[in-house]
Design a protein around this ligand. Structure first.
Ligand SMILES: [Zn+2]
Length: 80
């Protein structure tokens, strides 16, 4: 009996490890987002207008504005 972990401890440890990995994944995702920023393809282009709605700025890679490219209203005004 002594020295043996109580039943269920393995499950708890597995959960803790899984949570930790998920946090690590989230951190890596954030880093890759930061790395994308200086990419000229994702820099807001104020000289062009969106192919769909005619707004500026556009994402040079798609020729469309933020909301049309990402489907997120928060990206309006080059805020991506
Ligand atoms: Zn648009």
């Amino acid at each position: 009996m002594f020295g043996l972990p109580p039943p269920g401890i393995g499950e708890i440890l597995d959960t803790l490890v899984a949570v930790r990995w998920r946090r690590l994944d989230a951190m890596i995702d954030k880093k890759s987002d930061i790395n994308k920023k200086p990419d000229p393809d994702t820099e807001p282009d104020w000289t062009g207008s969106c192919e769909v709605c005619g707004q500026s700025p556009i994402l040079p890679a798609t020729g469309m504005c933020g909301p049309c490219t990402f489907g997120e209203a928060d990206t309006v005004g080059g805020n991506w």
